[in-house]
Design a protein around this ligand. Structure first.
Ligand code: SAM
Length: 281
């Protein structure tokens, strides 16, 4: 790293992305920043030391994980105030995204100190871009609860989400997560299983949940590695239809079916005949 122009500004916090599998994705700017800052704050210093050694980066490191983030903040603010530059990294990918760092960034901004980023790989966005599912509106859902009951409850609460959803899942739970999704979203809902992204055995398979489960059971190797699941949102017309049905049924408790259908149609915009027909059915 010697002989390169200084790019690090004193008294600044840098949020630096690291590779999620392919070391060539470690940007030159990220490497130079990490080599030049006074301190690297890492989620797991032993894990990150391997990456740093590989790239000849010798900057001192300090651990900061979810259990000690709050207690570290004051001393890190003090270092930045005194002119030191600090880089925050996580085990892989973009810090803060389901990783520590949010509280530190928040504290740094609150006291008006500078914070900037060296952007790079992030597993959820890589998976989303490869999924073949709509990307113009999406919601990041992180990890699902590990207990079956809580997981079902969370997925049921998302059954009418119209945006594409991004989930992380551990290899141990990916099969049961997909099975619970099939129960909550139905077998027709399309899901992409994005595995080992940017690595040698990267694969992305997108299919309706029912056939996806068959595909997974065909070969246990398909459950190995790191996963992101991308789930298509429910079609807005279906949500409208469900809501319209609820309304027409409520009105029909007080009104004749034709009148209930007419009113529900005015409220929801769904065709009167369709609502009348569904009441008869
Ligand atoms: N902050 C990270 C990022 O921006 O990519 C994500 C951290 S989160 C704690 C780790 C999860 O990301 C893993 O459990 C897995 O679901 C997903 N993940 C990370 N690397 C991956 C890869 N190469 N392929 C697929 N999923 C990956």
């Amino acid at each position: 790293m010697d002989g390169k122009v200084d790019i690090v500004v004193t008294g600044t916090l840098y949020i630096v992305a690291t590779p999620i599998g392919n070391l060539d994705d470690f940007s030159p700017r990220a490497q130079r920043t990490l080599a030049q800052v006074d301190l690297i704050v890492a989620e797991d210093t032993r894990h990150s030391a391997i990456l740093m050694r590989h790239f000849g980066i010798e900057t001192p490191m300090l651990s900061m994980h979810e259990h000690n983030e709050l207690s570290r903040i004051e001393s890190l603010l003090e270092r930045i105030r005194s002119g030191q530059s600090i880089a925050q990294i996580s085990d892989a990918g973009t810090p803060l995204i389901n990783d520590p760092g949010f509280r530190l960034v928040s504290a740094v901004r609150e006291v008006g100190l500078p914070v900037t980023t060296i952007p790079g790989p992030s597993a959820p966005l890589v998976a989303l871009t490869l999924s073949g599912l709509p990307v113009h509106r999406f919601s990041f859902e992180g990890f699902l609860p590990s207990k079956e009951g809580a997981r079902t409850e969370r997925l049921q609460s998302l059954a009418e989400e119209t945006r594409t959803m991004i989930f992380f899942e551990s290899p141990r739970r990916v099969l049961s997560a997909l099975q619970t999704m099939e129960r909550c979203f139905g077998g027709e809902r399309r899901v992409a299983v994005a595995r080992e992204l940017t690595k040698m055995h990267e694969s992305v398979y997108t299919a309706p949940l029912a056939s996806l489960l068959v595909w997974i059971r065909e070969d246990p190797n398909r459950l190995r590695g790191e996963f992101v699941l991308i789930v298509e949102g429910v079609c807005e017309a279906v949500v409208d239809g469900v809501e319209a049905l609820r309304i027409v049924k409520l009105l029909a408790e007080e009104l004749p079916p034709r009148k209930a259908a007419e009113l529900a149609s005015k409220i929801t915009g769904v065709k009167k005949n369709k609502l009348y027909q569904s009441l008869l059915e």
